[in-house]
Design a protein around this ligand. Structure first.
Ligand code: FAD
Length: 334
């Protein structure tokens, strides 16, 4: 990729910014926008140019679309009311999105890198015959994007010459959308009402009163060092309560049945970047670090002073977690 000197680049960018028009695909559940939707908008705003929101599902014009219209910086919100799109099934949603992208003439299509975005956008890219650009963490300019590869061990800069860029964005890298103060117009999108052989049957969701792991400002995670599910709950839950934190876990803890699948942090789990991430009994394998190393403050408790987690930790405590965590919990309660 040739290096462009600043002045030429600025002229080129400002000329193109006027032509940029981005569709931010908004994910909703029961009429409420997800945090991944806000990240999609944040990334779209970073690109510059006009930003349109897109939302589809049952009764969205009086719920999620209204919420989206209040977001600052959205020019309009395209809404399609049809229960067939309520659960965001990619088989139904992809043809819908493609028709709306074509009718709106967008240069960029952006969604969060959530299960919804990961399932949907590669299909959309294939239907548009362009490449999918996944899980970006930075935007260099309108056709150049940065994404981590090999579990975050290398950073790739990709440039796309496709006429439409189809992109998913990492939530922790794009934040800070103002959810009040906007007054975007809500307009009807096109609905191809395509026949689909896929139908929503049911879902089984893990319910929790705790803060959502992906967006919590504090996360306490336990690893294989917790030894059993009983000990995991006995030691980690009071600590999480004392801090008002979400609970996370390493893959070893999840695989051993100490914690639910939905709590896994890392390359094949969730990406988190809270203000505070406290890891207890976690060694700090690269696949775990890939999901939490962008946290603002990392604290680690481990009995092994050589544990790799200490290389990324801002604060480390070498000791037995069964002694140290309850002690810390008691001090926090005071
Ligand atoms: P261990 O590595 O066994 O570490 C346990 C730690 O607890 C040790 O450091 C030990 O010193 C400490 N300890 C033990 N007892 C005590 C005590 N009493 N007090 C204090 N400390 C104690 N892992 C993830 O976490 N997330 C992922 O998303 C993920 N994805 C993966 C994807 C792939 C393709 C692969 C190959 C692996 C992936 N892994 C992932 C697994 C990863 O490589 C590690 O195996 C895993 O993270 C280890 O979990 P752990 O740190 O809990 O366990």
């Amino acid at each position: 990729q040739p290096h462009l000197s600043r002045p030429i680049f600025d002229v080129r960018l400002s000329a193109l910014t006027r032509l940029l028009s981005t569709l931010a695909v908004l994910e909703q559940r029961d009429g409420k926008l997800s945090s991944a939707s806000l990240s999609a908008i944040a990334a779209a705003q970073k690109l510059g140019g006009s930003v349109t929101g897109f939302v589809a599902g049952d009764g969205v014009k009086s719920s999620a679309a209204v919420e989206a219209a209040k977001i600052k910086g959205l020019e309009k919100v395209v809404a399609v009311e049809n229960a067939a799109y309520e659960k965001g099934l990619p088989e139904n949603y992809a043809p819908l999105l493609v028709d709306n992208i074509k009718s709106g003439g967008y240069t960029h299509v952006i969604a969060g890198h959530s299960a919804f975005g990961k399932g949907l956008l590669p299909r959309v890219a294939a239907l548009l015959d362009v490449q999918q650009i996944s899980d970006i963490t930075a935007i260099e300019n309108e056709d150049t994007f940065v994404r981590p590869i090999y579990a975050g061990n290398a950073i790739l800069t990709v440039q796309s010459e496709d006429p439409i860029k189809v992109i998913t964005v990492r939530g922790t890298a794009f934040q800070g959308v103002e959810t009040e103060g906007g007054s975007a117009e809500i307009v009807d999108g096109v609905d191809p009402k395509a026949e689909s052989i896929t139908e929503w049957v049911s879902e089984d969701l893990a319910k929790s009163d705790r803060p959502d792991l992906a967006t919590a400002s504090r996360v306490v995670s336990g690893g294989r060092g917790l030894k059993s599910k009983e000990e995991f709950d006995r030691v980690m839950i009071p600590l999480a309560d004392a801090l008002g934190a979400a609970i996370g876990a390493s893959r070893a803890a999840v695989d051993s049945g100490y914690a639910d699948n939905s709590l896994q942090v890392g390359q094949t789990g969730k990406n988190v970047a809270p203000q505070l991430y406290l890891a207890a009994g976690i060694s700090g394998a690269i696949q775990h670090l890939a999901g939490m190393k962008d946290s603002k403050v990392i604290a680690a408790i481990n009995k092994d002073p050589e544990a790799p987690i200490f290389q990324v930790a801002d604060v480390g405590l070498v000791g037995d977690l069964f002694e140290k965590v309850p002690e810390l919990t008691e001090k926090l309660k005071k």
